[in-house]
Ligand binder design. Structure first.
Ligand code: BTN
Length: 253
């Protein structure tokens, strides 16, 4: 990782050949006093975690399983914005290293031909309304040539989509360098700086979607995201909904 920009926020890289989950390891490191800018990377995860309690398929040697620890001075309601910053960083890294444009599905999925190549899981520790630390997990399918059934239907890899193998380290360095400047810009200029970069790659916007939140299901048109990164949906009756967290399906999926 010597090709990281010198002013990068990365302070320390913890590499494990085998981890249960880099998220879990990162949380343990936070607990043990890890500083902001600690990055945890594993070659394989035995219990990779996805959003909404799902498993994340994380075989050895083929993918990027990485968690970033940050300690921003920020209110907890802004945590979803960091997911969007990371999604833009990951998409830009894929463009830079692999020469292809991935779509972003709100909030955090990177898709190629409607199948998932990467996902982001943001988890935080908070005190009152302030974030104490946040762990941003990024999983990216790079050189996988097949997936088990159940995963296969929804996932793909950069190798499957382009026919080429990529060096995972190249992509890791690119994600971290991109995240670095985007995160800096976000901290100084706010989310409105990130919003157009995210929107330029977003495929959810303008579509008929079904959003399943923890309390109900909303069907309507995704109108966009607001200056906080919250998804705006207009339902058939013309009511507007602000969605902080949900599972999104396109109406024709
Ligand atoms: C999603 O559901 O889309 C989020 C997937 C996040 C997976 C990554 S892999 C590295 C980090 N460690 C985990 O256990 N999960 C995240």
């Amino acid at each position: 990782l010597s090709r990281l920009d010198p002013d990068t926020f990365v302070q320390k890289v913890v590499y494990e050949d085998l981890a249960e989950s880099t998220q879990q390891l990162a949380h343990a490191l936070v607990h043990a006093g890890a500083e902001t800018g600690t990055v945890v990377i594993a070659n394989q995860q035995t219990s990779g975690r996805g959003r909404l309690g799902r498993n994340w398929y994380s075989p050895a040697n083929t993918g990027i399983w990485m968690s970033l620890i940050l300690k921003p001075d920020m209110e907890i309601r802004k945590a979803p914005q960091l997911t969007l910053v990371a999604a833009v960083a990951a998409a830009r890294a894929v463009r830079q290293v692999c020469g292809i444009d991935a779509d972003i599905k709100w909030p955090n999925d990177l898709l190629l031909h409607n199948k998932k190549i990467a996902g982001i899981l943001t988890e935080m520790q908070a005190e009152m309304d302030q974030m104490k630390s946040v762990v941003i997990g990024i999983g990216m399918n790079v050189n996988e040539i097949s997936f088990p059934s159940g995963v296969h239907e929804v996932a793909t890899s950069l190798k499957k989509e382009t026919g080429k193998c990529f060096k995972r380290a190249d992509i890791v360095v690119s994600i971290l360098n991109e995240f670095q400047w985007l995160y800096d810009a976000y901290l100084t200029k706010g989310f409105p700086f990130i919003k157009p970069l995210w929107e330029a790659r977003a495929v959810t916007i303008g579509k008929e979607i079904t959003a399943k939140t923890h309390k109900d299901t909303i069907v309507g048109t995704a109108e966009g995201i607001d200056d906080e990164g919250v998804l705006l949906i207009k339902d058939k009756a013309g009511h507007h909904h602000r969605i902080y967290s949900a599972d999104i399906e396109a109406a024709n999926d």
